[in-house]
Ligand binder design. Structure first.
Ligand code: IMP
Ligand code: MG
Length: 423
């Protein structure tokens, strides 16, 4: 069984919680793209875990893998391992594997990300974790691989080959290049490499052999479909491909092996950072979604922009990912809003369209066309089954399901593991 999970909107749909719930059924959970720009909060009993790199399935029995398409900050990784071990979760080499071809995020990537963002006339609002610059180096073939990091000689050679170029890049952007030349850099990274060396893995081989042996694999996406570097709302996107097909490419698994593609869809929409969000609400409804939904970024603490459910964007996600089912999250947040609006189309240049225009600047000019649904007042946080939902909430779920044309399989009504149920 090979299942891919991706976010259908702009990230923060609640993937972590759904993966955490499903991971019990999977032998392997693998991250396929992104880096510590992602963040998920997983709540188990009364403990809250904030993770950026380690997949959510970690807290269960599955083996977790970091695929070669990700960009890994070893300092963050070592810190997450330390935090989990402190909380009593053992992180053995049996538990965690990191692919040898994973690109390493170096301090100069973070420096360059900050410098570039500061100099951009129109900001993207990156998380300043060096993600984009680590991917630039991957494509330019100037990256440090995980296999380099864990081999002292190779690491010293690699960093010495790259030093002058990185120094020049930082200087050219008006930054302080001592971050590249300081003598402690090599030592620090050698030490991080030593700590992470036991986790070396060949992710494509592991996943394919696991599937051959009838074991099950869950590929966990980060960010969301409209932040995809190719199909998203350029240039307000991340620097990796976030859609389901990319799980195959990044993990090295053929598309013929995919059984299920699960969408994580928030019951409304949020976005962190810049870029168009046609249904954004700045008044009372937006405040309600923000406050009740606790819409703050896990990684940056920034306030998330909030709006009504955007069906044209959701339809595009269905096309981009080929979803077979949906997990609808945060339905409880809509309690108390009346009406609950669904954006079913946009008005653009005097025409009504039901699919996003091909260009981001056109999307920014789209005016939503709404359909009003009746709201409900009942607190949903202790609902444990679909039939227990108030009728108006079920009507809302059914309407989204019909418009997207994909069945809703899970519904979540709160952050706890027990607050997600099968429809
Ligand atoms: P970067 O990935 O740090 O380069 O940021 C590029 C854009 O993606 C910015 O708008 C970020 O706010 C957004 N972004 C990156 N990671 C996440 C995430 O995990 N959730 C939501 N937005 C994200
Ligand atoms: Mg997140």
């Amino acid at each position: 069984m090979f299942t891919i999970i991706t976010g259908a909107q702009f990230g923060d749909e609640g993937k972590g919680k759904v993966v955490d719930l499903m991971a019990g059924d999977y032998d392997i959970v693998a991250r396929f793209q992104g880096g510590d720009n992602a963040g998920h909060t997983v709540k188990v009993k009364d403990e809250v875990y904030k993770l950026h790199l380690i997949p959510s399935g970690f807290l269960l029995d599955s083996r977790v893998l970091i695929g070669p398409g990700t960009v890994l900050n070893p300092e963050v990784m070592v810190e997450e391992i330390r935090m989990l071990e402190e909380a009593g979760v053992q992180v053995s080499a049996k538990k965690l594997g990191i692919d040898g071809k994973t690109s390493i995020i170096m301090p100069y990537h973070i420096e360059l990300d900050g410098l570039r963002e500061a100099s951009r006339p129109e900001k993207i609002g990156t998380t300043k974790r060096g993600i984009g610059f680590a991917y630039i180096d991957k494509i330019a073939r100037d990256e440090v691989h995980f296999s380099d990091l864990i081999d002292e000689k190779r690491l010293m050679q690699r960093l010495s080959d790259l030093a002058s170029q990185k120094e020049e890049e930082i200087k050219a952007m008006g930054g302080d290049p001592t971050i590249v030349t300081e003598s402690s850099l090599v030592e620090r990274y050698i030490s991080l490499g030593r700590k992470l060396a036991p986790y070396l893995a060949d992710v494509s081989y592991e996943i394919n052999t696991a599937l051959d042996e009838g074991r099950s694999v869950l590929a966990e996406g980060a960010q969301g479909s409209h932040l995809d570097v190719i199909h998203g709302t350029q240039k307000f996107v991340t620097s990796s491909s976030t859609i389901a097909g990319s799980a195959c490419a990044y993990l090295g698994v053929g598309p013929t092996r995919v059984n299920e593609v699960l969408a994580i869809v928030k019951s409304y929409i949020t976005r962190v950072g810049a870029g168009p969000l046609p249904t954004e609400q700045e008044g009372d409804a937006g405040q309600h979604l923000h406050d009740v939904g606790h819409e703050f970024g896990t990684t940056t603490g920034r306030s998330r922009r909030c709006g009504w459910f955007d069906m044209p964007l959701a339809k595009k996600s269905v096309y981009l990912n080929g979803y077979t089912s949906i997990a609808l999250t945060k339905l409880d947040v809509l309690t108390g809003l009346d009406p609950v609006k669904i954006c079913v189309g946009y008005e653009l240049d005097g025409k009504v369209i039901d699919y996003p225009p091909e260009d981001t600047s056109k999307l920014a000019r789209c005016v939503p066309v709404y359909e009003d649904m009746d709201g409900w007042d009942t607190d949903l946080s202790s609902v444990v089954g679909y039939e227990d939902l108030p009728q108006k909430a079920r009507e809302y779920v059914k309407r989204l399901e019909n418009l997207m044309g994909v069945p809703v399989k899970y519904i979540s009504v709160g952050p706890g593991r027990e607050q997600t149920f099968m429809k």
